[in-house]
Design a protein around this ligand. Structure first.
Ligand code: KIV
Length: 284
């Protein structure tokens, strides 16, 4: 049975909730047994498609990657990010697009950015059957307003507004909330104050769960923020493998005998000069 949004909601204050991003079926299959939640984050615009920010990501791209992750997984709750411009205009715009995401991907919930300003929309979606994960603190879709990716809550004067965001999304019915790029003391206070799980990314161990971008923690991203711990050096492993492949192709070492198809009767054809009946190719 797949993890559901209410299952995640019920984990408040319990064993930490393990989340990772996933963008395609093959990696989803590998990580699915080890995590509670797979987020098809709009970070895929930067990580997979080379955009400078998440702002240009289209809804259809999220749907394409979202359905791949659902196909590749069977255990974790799959949450798909609503991209910039697909939900902010009105609750009905958000419902129209979120319903498309749910129907066309088969995911179990959507995520959207914003606190107080998105509370009415969150309530509208939840009342109509769409589980919502909220996202406050550093909200990357607002990069052009914020003027960069700045850690939130490092000055006490910022706390009131961010705490109000947390309370607003909780009251509106979100089943959990991502706290991104946030000072530890504020993340701890919010985690104590609200009844839904907080999922931290650069928001300390005080949160109810953690999320990282998979490619960042695997060592595949060229630059990573301070809060990312890299658990593997896949970037280096890929480069080393490709260097070896290129060298073997250039020296005609690859493909070798083990990786080459032969005719079924190739030995005989060689003896009788190929005069035997026409052989069939085998394999794919
Ligand atoms: O898009 C994303 O990957 C995210 C995470 C950073 C939480 O929203």
């Amino acid at each position: 049975m797949r993890v559901t949004a209410p299952d995640i909601r019920a984990r408040k204050g319990g064993e930490p909730i393990v989340c990772l991003t996933a963008y395609h079926a093959h990696t989803a299959r590998l990580i699915d047994p080890h995590v509670d939640l797979l987020l098809v984050g709009d970070s895929l615009g930067m990580v997979m498609h080379g955009y400078e920010s998440t702002v240009p990501v289209p809804l259809d791209l999220m749907i394409m990657h979202g359905s791949a992750v659902v196909r590749g997984s069977s255990h974790a709750l799959v949450v798909v990010d609503m991209p910039f411009g697909s939900y902010e205009e009105s609750p009905s715009q958000a419902f129209h697009n979120a319903a498309r995401v749910m129907k066309e991907t088969g995911c179990g919930a959507i995520k959207l950015e914003g606190g107080v300003r998105m509370a009415e929309t969150i309530r509208y979606l939840v009342e109509r059957g769409i589980p919502v994960m909220a996202h406050i603190g550093l909200t990357p879709q607002a990069v052009n307003v914020m003027g960069g990716y700045k850690t939130q809550g490092r000055a006490r004067s910022e706390w009131q507004a961010i705490e109000a965001d947390a309370r607003a999304v909780e009251e509106a019915g979100a089943f959990s909330v991502v706290l991104e790029g946030m000072a530890e003391l504020l993340a701890a206070k919010i985690t104590r104050e609200i009844a839904i799980p907080t999922i931290g990314i650069g928001a300390s161990a005080e949160c109810d769960g953690q999320i990282l971008v998979l490619e960042d923690m695997l060592g595949l991203s060229p630059r990573v923020p301070k809060f990312v711990k890299t658990y593997a050096a896949l970037g280096e492993a890929i480069e080393a493998a490709v260097r070896r492949y290129a060298d073997e192709v250039r020296r005609r070492v690859f493909p070798d005998e083990a990786h080459t198809y032969r005719m079924r009767d190739e030995g005989r054809s060689a003896v009788d000069g190929g005069a035997t009946k026409k052989p069939k190719m085998t394999g794919s």
